[in-house]
Design a binder for this molecule. Structure first.
Ligand code: SAM
Length: 242
C-alpha cells in the first residue's frame, strides 16, 4: 500500500499515524473511552450496513461490529487503514476521501463520522457524499469537537480566561500539538462555526433529529466548564433527491 494519503489533512494524519495508533490504544488516554457509551445511545440498532467515515485505526468500527453492525471503514491515511484491517480482518477498510467515496448510491443504512468531519478538507463534499451513499431514510451520526469550545479557547487548560482566537465565524486550519503520558500527537483539522456543519446537512437534504452536548469531564472525573463534543443525528429525508 502507498504511504501517500489522498488529501491535505489526510497526509498530515498519515504522518502522525503511528502516534495516533499509540494514542488511541493507550487505555483511557483519549476521551473516546469516557464518551463512547453515551455516544452509542444515539446510534441506531445493529444488523445494518454501516459506513465509518474517517475510521482511523478502527476503534469505532470495532465497537460498531461488536454491536452487530456490518462495517465498512474509509480513511484518507493508508497506514491507519492498514492498522484497522489488521485489528479487524472481518471488516472492510478502504483508503478513500470522504468527499469522493468509491461506493454506489444508496449503499448504506447508516454512516458514522466520529471526530472526522472536523478534519476533512472538503466538509460540504463529505456530507454530500454521505447523503449520496446512504439510502433515503438512512442516518448520519456525527461527533465533532464543539465549535463553541475550540472557537473561543486556546491551549489545553480551561481554567484560563477564554480567548477568542480570531473570529468564531472564520473557518481556519488548525494544528495542535498535545503531549500526554509521554505520547505526542499533532492534531491537524479545521475550526469551523457550527453553521458550517448544519448548512452542509441542510444542503444535502438531511433533517437533524437530535443534537447532544455531552457533559465533559477530565480523566479524573472533574467537569470541564465548556462542552468538549457535539453530537448530531440526522436522517436523509426520504423524499430528498440528491
Ligand atoms: C480524529 S481522527 C478520528 C479517527 C476515528 N474516527 C476515531 O475516532 O478513532 C480523524 C480521522 O479523519 C481522517 N481523515 C481526514 N481527512 C479525511 C478525508 N478527507 N477522508 C477520509 N478520512 C479523512 C484522518 O486520517 C483521521 O484518521
Amino acid at each position: 500500500m502507498s504511504d501517500k494519503a489522498i488529501t491535505s489533512t489526510g497526509q498530515a494524519w498519515e504522518e502522525q499515524a503511528r502516534n495516533w495508533i499509540t494514542w488511541v490504544r493507550t487505555p483511557e488516554l483519549d476521551s473516546y473511552w469516557r464518551y463512547r457509551s453515551a455516544f452509542f445511545e444515539l446510534v441506531p440498532d445493529s444488523g445494518r450496513s454501516t459506513l465509518d467515515l474517517g475510521c482511523g485505526e478502527g476503534r469505532v468500527a470495532r465497537d460498531l461490529a461488536a454491536r452487530g453492525h456490518r462495517v465498512t471503514g474509509v480513511d484518507a491515511s493508508p497506514t491507519l487503514i492498514g492498522a484497522a484491517s489488521a485489528a479487524h480482518p472481518e471488516g472492510e477498510y478502504t483508503v478513500a476521501d470522504a468527499a469522493d467515496l468509491p461506493f454506489p448510491d444508496d449503499s448504506f443504512d447508516l454512516a458514522i463520522a466520529y471526530n472526522s468531519l472536523i478534519d476533512v478538507d472538503d466538509l460540504p463534499g463529505a456530507v454530500r457524499e454521505a447523503g449520496r451513499v446512504l439510502r433515503p431514510g438512512g442516518r448520519l451520526v456525527l461527533s465533532i469537537l464543539h465549535p463553541a469550545n475550540t472557537g473561543i479557547r486556546t491551549g489545553e487548560g480551561d481554567d484560563l480566561a477564554f480567548v477568542v482566537d480570531g473570529s468564531y465565524f472564520t473557518s481556519r486550519r488548525t494544528e495542535d500539538l498535545v503531549e500526554r503520558q509521554g505520547i505526542s500527537m499533532k492534531f491537524t483539522g479545521y475550526q469551523r462555526p457550527l453553521s458550517a456543519y448544519t448548512r452542509a446537512l441542510e444542503e444535502t437534504g438531511f433533517l437533524i433529529e437530535a443534537v447532544r452536548e455531552p457533559i465533559a469531564t477530565r480523566a479524573d472525573g472533574s467537569p470541564h466548564r465548556l462542552p468538549w463534543h457535539l453530537w448530531i443525528k440526522a436522517i436523509r429525508h426520504p423524499g430528498s433527491v440528491l
